[in-house]
Design a protein around this ligand. Structure first.
Ligand code: ADP
Ligand code: MG
Length: 328
């Protein structure tokens, strides 16, 4: 099974930021109210995600590190044939196969209880030992790719890798305003975001993550038509520091990069864009879940709408109107 773990790791674990993304998704899934991220050396030396979620009980700890489904794949060639399908239920196993991983957890409110499993690449079977921990889970990933030198060599500079981590953090922190977040790098606290679901709290977070200029040039909108709701902030591309990558679009709380969405947004911005300026936005589309399939691909962030024409028209007309009003 370790062979398949390491192969699958290529799919899930591209770089430190992909580890962060998977660990934070797990923390969110566990119902956490507060999630702390701690990194060292751009994540290549240390990635730690600590949450106050449901925790994992003693018996389930080793299971969390093993692949859920028995794989039928026995060779690299076979794997390459199906790699595009993506994998699920094996992020921790994959990460554990290419790092030194510690998983500590407690399902109890008593902070004196708790258990830990440790693995080192593919050489070790997980062992469980007592380890006190407040209710919740900490995952510590050290020396990513220490046992796959070819992949370790592909890591970029600390600054670049941390940039990707920060971007993953931004995306996830903007997806859940009701969760408190902390981001630390090399013992420095870079973000400390309080939870809060009202507009004031949300805009405070927006400013912390995207900067003052974004918020000063952004317009808040909230529109609802026939089961579709679009809310968030659209930035007027008036300031030259507008960044091409300040584009965040969520469908039912999940970050999405989708052609239909991108097209509708571009069309709506057409009249207000001028040379060298990019649309900047943080937008949330809430749709009846039965009208959208978000599981088209687990990592590519695509969506499929039942009625894509209606969604496109709704996005276009809402944004077009909002941008027109903002200009007037
Ligand atoms: P998946 O999330 O797709 O189920 P993972 O390998 O990411 O697969 O995680 C394996 C399992 O370990 C999860 O299904 C969950 O039961 C448990 N788990 C992982 N991280 C956490 C966490 N932070 N809190 C609680 N349970 C967790
Ligand atoms: Mg997961």
């Amino acid at each position: 099974p370790r062979l398949t773990n390491q192969i699958a790791a290529g799919e899930v674990v591209e770089r430190p930021a992909s580890v962060v993304k998977e660990l934070v998704e797990n923390a969110i899934d566990a119902g956490s109210r507060r999630i702390e991220l701690e990194l060292e050396a751009g994540g290549s030396r240390l990635i730690r995600v600590r949450d106050d979620g449901s925790g994992i009980d003693e018996e389930d700890l080793p299971l969390a590190l093993s692949r859920h489904a028995t794989s039928k794949i026995h060779s690299l060639e076979e794997l390459e044939g199906v790699a595009s399908l993506g994998f699920r239920g094996e992020a921790l196993a994959s990460i554990g196969s290419v790092s030194r991983l510690e998983l500590t957890s407690n399902i109890d409110d008593d902070p004196r209880s708790g258990w830990r499993v440790v693995t080192e690449g593919r050489l070790m079977e997980p062992r469980v030992s007592p380890a006190p921990h407040p209710r919740g889970t900490s995952v510590t990933v050290r020396d990513l790719f220490f046992n796959t030198p070819a992949r370790r060599k592909f890591l970029r500079t600390e600054k670049t890798e941390f940039g990707h981590i920060e971007e993953a953090f931004r995306r996830q922190a903007l997806s859940r305003f009701d969760i408190g977040w902390v981001l630390r790098h090399n013992q420095k606290t870079l973000h400390q975001l309080k939870p809060g679901d009202d507009t004031v709290a949300r805009e405070r977070r927006l400013q912390a993550l995207l900067g003052k200029a974004f918020l000063e040039n952004a317009l808040h909108l909230d529109l609802e038509v026939g089961g579709l709701r679009l809310w968030g902030w659209v930035g007027l591309p008036t300031h030259s520091r507008a960044q091409a990558d300040q584009q965040y679009f969520y469908v039912n709380g999940r970050v999405v990069r989708d052609r239909l969405v991108a097209h509708a947004v571009r069309q709506a911005y057409r009249d207000v864009l001028f040379h060298g300026r990019h649309p900047v936005f943080v937008l949330y589309l809430d749709v009846d879940p039965t009208l959208v399939d978000v599981n088209v691909h687990p990592t590519k962030h695509e969506v499929r709408f039942r009625d894509s024409r209606m969604v496109h028209d709704f996005l276009f007309s809402s944004l077009h109107r909002a941008l027109g009003e903002a200009r007037a």
